[in-house]
Ligand binder design. Structure first.
Ligand SMILES: [Zn+2]
Length: 540
């Protein structure tokens, strides 16, 4: 009898503990559900805050490495909301980390902040009209991502404080994404060492997330500078050694090489210095290449060949050559467990409710830019998205495409990119037309919807340790099982912070006159005197 009791008692205790644990689990998942609906409701009420932040960053229109006003403004908001700011990370003056919270999990939240050269464009008008002729503008929509992240983080922080939920939030900017020139440096300098997961956001025209290889290219961005000898181009040209000849021969060689590269490669260049004037043999000339491919090995092979060509044309022209790595990105790969968690919340939140003004404007812009009838996946393009994207897995095949240095973070920490619908489908990308919706209700509604998905996912990850555990299992046993991250950035590669300085010095004083003033105007559209949707040019 005694023996039997000794056996039964632990069994009975186990049963009680087990049922209690189950009860606690179900209570906490009920609680999480309630917290999530609370945060979605709170964010629904943040439309005005979203509009103000999105419009403000839009009006700054700052190029990569020169995001001075943007960073000052965004860190100011975060500081006011209790975040601690570490400025100038990675030796980049406009880069920073904003931290709040304690202990695990540590979740990094990021988005890009830089804009596009010569993309200045009035928002809300269905025709081309720059705010400042020739100035940079948000022709990629990077003015919307960090406002989205900040909205979510502040609401989630409020709940974490009240409910005593442990965890650390780190907010960070993708500085100079258009130059793919900061994130590999953040990794090199150890800023993501103790991060458990990274949720990145990027503007798009639908709400989407994917895992695995999305089919993008990685790249190196490298500038070659040749040095020769000047001479009087007419008087004694035989004494000159033209650095521009070297640049031109390099480009000819590379353009012949294209025939023997895989169809997935993308390579493009601009001549950043072609000499001063025709009667002086150019003693200095530079050419800047982006070399893109689908795998590290193929990018490395292109990079090695470009170095070989540069040295060869230097020998041919009697010039000296040096090169600088200005930017780099790995091909992207996103985390499965986190993408699945994000997609559940995408389905809950859904697309924004577009009104007839939004749709009318979107269709007018699509007509203006001669948008294709379907996107590359065959979905029809007609106004704003009305049907949610699906959760996409790894591509089987890709012809290659663009790059984002978020990949360098994603090869070091489980990461996904949440795409949110703040722009019009069918625009060309990196163009003034891509700025046209970015300070209108389309952008604002997309940001609010995206912030809900991000906040809900954050709450899931903070309260359910299984998501991050599964994320690391995928990261270790699938993503990095056979492919190991080898950075192109060396220990002594400086960030190319000199880029765009001259352009911003020229345009910032003119752009300043058009900075958004929320104390005077309800919206930036109002400040610019635009009656959205303004389909035709009118004088009011
Ligand atoms: Zn981008």
């Amino acid at each position: 009898m005694l023996n039997l009791r000794l056996i039964l008692l632990p069994l009975f205790l186990c049963f009680i503990i087990h049922t209690q644990a189950q009860k606690q689990d179900s209570i906490s998942s009920q609680k999480v559900k309630a917290l999530k609906s609370e945060v979605l409701k709170a964010l629904e009420g943040k439309y005005k805050t979203a509009q103000e932040m999105v419009d403000m960053v839009f009006s700054f229109s700052e190029l990569g490495f020169q995001e001075v006003e943007t960073s000052r403004y965004l860190t100011g908001i975060l500081q006011k909301n209790g975040f601690t700011i570490e400025k100038g990370i990675g030796g980049i003056p406009t880069a920073w980390l904003a931290r709040w919270g304690n202990g695990k999990p540590v979740i990094a939240l990021g988005s890009d902040i830089d804009c596009i050269p010569k993309a200045s464009q009035k928002p809300g008008v269905a025709y081309k009209e720059p705010i400042v002729e020739g100035a940079p503008g948000h022709g990629e929509g990077h003015n919307s991502g960090l406002p989205l992240v900040i909205l979510s983080a502040i609401e989630v922080k409020r709940i974490m404080e009240r409910e005593k939920i442990p965890g650390t939030l780190i907010i960070w900017p993708g500085v100079a994404e258009e130059l793919v020139a900061s994130k590999a440096w953040y990794i090199r300098d150890g800023y993501f060492k103790n991060v458990d997961a990274c949720l990145f956001t990027h503007v798009a025209s639908n709400m989407a997330v994917s895992w695995g290889d999305p089919g993008s290219n990685g790249l190196v961005s490298v500038e070659f500078t040749f040095e020769g000898n000047s001479a009087h181009s007419a008087g004694q040209p035989w004494r000159g050694k033209s650095a521009l000849d070297a640049v031109e021969l390099m480009n000819v060689a590379w353009n012949y090489k294209r025939e023997h590269l895989k169809p997935s490669q993308r390579s493009h260049y601009v001549i950043t210095d072609g000499g001063d004037q025709p009667n002086v043999v150019p003693s200095k000339a530079s050419v800047w290449y982006y070399l893109r491919e689908r795998t590290y090995e193929d990018i490395k092979a292109m990079y090695d060949d470009a170095l070989l060509y540069a040295n060869s044309v230097a020998a041919m022209t009697g010039t000296k050559v040096s090169h600088k790595l200005l930017g780099t990105a790995w091909p992207q790969h996103f985390n499965k467990a986190i993408a699945e968690a994000v997609y559940q919340n995408i389905k809950t939140v859904g697309l924004p409710v577009w009104d007839s003004a939004d749709q009318q404007f979107a269709r007018a812009v699509q007509k203006l830019v001669n948008a294709p009838k379907t996107n590359q996946r065959g979905d029809s393009i007609n106004g704003l998205a009305l049907k949610l994207d699906t959760l996409r897995g790894p591509v089987q095949f890709s012809w290659g495409g663009g790059s984002d240095d978020i990949a360098d973070i994603a090869w070091n920490v489980p990461t996904v990119t949440l795409y949110y619908p703040s722009n019009i489908p069918g625009t060309p990308g990196h163009n003034w037309a891509d700025a046209i919706a970015m300070a209108t209700p389309i952008a604002h509604k997309g940001v609010v919807a995206g912030s809900k998905v991000l906040a809900a996912t954050l709450l899931d990850m903070l309260t359910d340790p299984k998501i991050i555990a599964k994320a690391w299992d995928y990261f270790r046993n699938v993503q990095t099982k056979d492919i190991k991250y080898i950075p192109f950035v060396q220990a002594d590669t400086p960030p190319a912070v000199h880029l765009n300085q001259k352009i911003m010095d020229e345009f910032r004083p003119q752009l300043k006159k058009f900075y958004y003033d929320p104390a005077k105007y309800r919206t930036y559209l109002e400040q610019l005197g635009i009656r959205y949707p303004q389909l035709e040019k009118k004088d009011f």
